[in-house]
Design a protein around this ligand. Sequence first.
Ligand code: NAD
Length: 250
Amino acid sequence: MSFANKVALITGSGSGIGAATALSFAEEGAHVVIVDCSEERANSTAEKCKHFGNKVLIITADVSKKEDLKKIIKNTIEEFGRLDILVNNAGTIKEGKILDGTLMDTFDDIMNVNLRAAVLLTCLAAPHLIEAKGCIINTSSITGIEARTGYGYPSYTVSKAALNHFTRVSAMEFASSGVRVNAVNPGPCTTNILVHAGIPGSFEEMAGLTALKKVCEPVEVANLILYLASDKAKSITGCCHLIDNGMALV
Ligand code: NAD
C-alpha cells in the first residue's frame, strides 16, 4: 500500500485515531497534513511523522470554523499543489439528553465538528480531489449505525448517522469523477475522546460489550483507513465499515 508522492490530509490528527492514521500514511510514503485545534498535539504527531522522511505540514485550526477550513485547503494547496486523500476525522462527544432538557446545550457544537466540518471540507476539497482522482474517508462511529450503542449521547449518534448518509450521497455525486468516499465506524477504541468526555466505564467494561471481548487500538482503525484509501479498495465506495470487535452483533 505505497502512498509515495500522495498528499493525505487528516483532521483531528493530534491524537488517537487521527494521529495513528497520519503516522501510518507517513510510514507508507505519503506527505501528510496534520490538522488539529491543539498546536501541542499537532506538533507531537508531526515530530513522529517526520521520522519517515516525507513532508509534513502542520495546520492548527478549529474545524468548526469556516475560515479555518478555508485556510486548511489553501495552505495545503500552496504547500503541495495537490490533495489526494481527505480524512474527515476530528470529532467530539458530549452528553445531552432529551428528557432532562440538556440536548440542545450540546447539539450545535457537536454537529459543527462531527458533521458540518466534514461536509464543508468535502466541498472545499472537491476540485483538488477530482483533479487527483483521490478519495475521502470519514471517521464515523458504530453509534451512527446502532443507536443503542450511543445511548445518552443523542447529538453524537445523530451526527454520526448523518455522516454515514453524507458518505453515501457524496459517493454517488463524486462517482463519475473517479473519487471514492467511504466511512469507518469504530466501536470503542483506546483514545482520549471517551475519557475527556467523562464517559463512564473503563475500556475493560466496554470490551465486555463486544463479541470479541476487546476494544480497538487506534492503529487498527488507521489500517482500515489506509486500506480504503489504497488501490486495493478501488471497487469500494459509499460504504460504512464497522470495526467494532463484533459489538453490533451482541
Ligand atoms: P481523540 O480525542 O484522541 O482525538 C480527536 C482529536 O480531534 C484531538 O486531537 C482533538 O484536539 C481534535 N479535535 C477535536 N475537535 C476539534 C476541532 N474543532 N478542530 C480541530 N481538531 C479537533 O479521539 P479519537 O477517538 O481519536 O477521535 C477521532 C474520531 O474517531 C472522532 O470522529 C470520533 O468520533 C471517532 N470515534 C472514536 C471512537 C473511540 O472509541 N475512540 C469510537 C468511534 C468513533
